[in-house]
Write a protein that binds this ligand. Structure first.
Ligand code: NAP
Length: 286
């Protein structure tokens, strides 16, 4: 129940209408019985700094950050966690004594389902498709897992060089190599973890896959195929990979776990992850 004492949490983005975070977070808040509400806040890029001043004025306790603000918000924060600095993006903000503090829970979200599969990743070569915002959290995650190598595939030589350079002074130890898509046939046979961070195959383009069925013939036995996309589930890429015996993961658990990590940051108590997962799955009809 919302009363005069209810504290505000939320998510900023543009557009924000399709965000699934309010559904997940308010389900957890209801289960916990805490006096909070989580709201979607549409914030245009040109209004970002004004929005933060307004949030300070009305006592917003914390908020998530989504496209297009994950990078641009960083200059407005008084403190940024080393992980978020390494990733170059903030998705979770809270009020601290010195102003707004930010971190990145996408990395924890990405890692959660992988950690339940195995603990030793030192022999695993990671292959990441795409070099956008999500790919940065995935690279940081693979570095945290201690993968033997991290290979990243992109379609633009200049962007690939920029991506590679951006990790040169990172606090994370990343054995990173970048490749054009043409190199895929050579990279697939040794990859133990393949992560799709491109939108290829996402609704409504459900008949597309970043890797063809023929190319996946060379998949290493025991490989893990991970698609950050959660609509549809499974994507064609995951269907193809499963056809050749791969373990498959869709993006829904990452979404749940990054949200749970943010809520834990704000509320400083154990979060009912199962309630968040159930509300998301109900919403997505998974
Ligand atoms: P982004 O910053 O726009 O990056 C997308 C990347 O995919 C870019 O490197 C882009 O290449 C590449 N790409 C796009 N279309 C391509 C194509 N046809 N062929 C080859 N490469 C292509 O987007 P993002 O924020 O990283 O998000 C990417 C995906 O991850 C989305 O599907 C999003 O829904 C999903 N995601 C899921 C979660 C989760 O919690 N499960 C979290 C974050 C993101 P160029 O740079 O050359 O354009």
């Amino acid at each position: 129940m919302i009363t005069g004492t209810t504290k505000l949490l939320g998510v900023i983005g543009h557009p924000i209408e399709h965000s699934l975070s309010p559904t997940m977070h308010n389900a957890a808040i209801a289960q916990l019985g805490v006096d909070y509400v989580y709201l979607p806040f549409p914030v245009k890029p040109e209004d970002l700094s004004q929005a933060l001043v307004g949030f300070g004025a009305i006592g917003v306790q914390g908020f998530n950050v989504t496209i297009p603000h994950k990078q641009s918000i960083m200059r407005l924060l008084s403190d940024i966690s080393p992980l978020a600095q390494a990733v170059g993006a903030v998705n979770t903000v809270w009020r601290g004594e010195t102003g707004w503090h930010g971190t990145n829970t996408d990395v924890a979200g990405f890692l959660a389902p992988l950690r339940s599969l195995k603990s030793d990743w030192s022999q695993t070569e990671a292959l990441i498709l795409g070099i956008g915002g999500a790919a940065r959290a995935v690279v940081a995650g693979c570095a945290e897992l201690g993968c033997a190598s991290v290979r990243v595939v992109g379609r633009d030589r200049a962007k690939l060089a920029h991506f590679q350079d951006s990790w040169a002074h990172s606090a994370l130890v990343v054995h990173l190599q970048t490749h054009l898509w043409e190199a895929l046939p050579n990279l697939l046979p040794t990859a133990g973890l393949i992560v799709n961070t491109t939108p290829i195959g996402m609704y409504p383009n459900v008949e597309q896959s970043p890797i063809s069925l023929e190319q996946l013939l060379h998949l290493r036995p025991g490989a893990i195929a991970y698609d950050l996309i959660y609509t549809p589930s499974p994507t064609l890429f995951l269907q193809y990979a499963a056809h050749y015996g791969a373990t498959t993961l869709d993006g829904s658990e990452m979404l749940v776990q990054q949200g749970a990590a943010a809520l834990e940051q704000w509320l400083d108590q154990a979060i009912p992850v199962d309630v968040m997962r159930r509300s998301l799955h109900q919403h997505l009809k998974l």
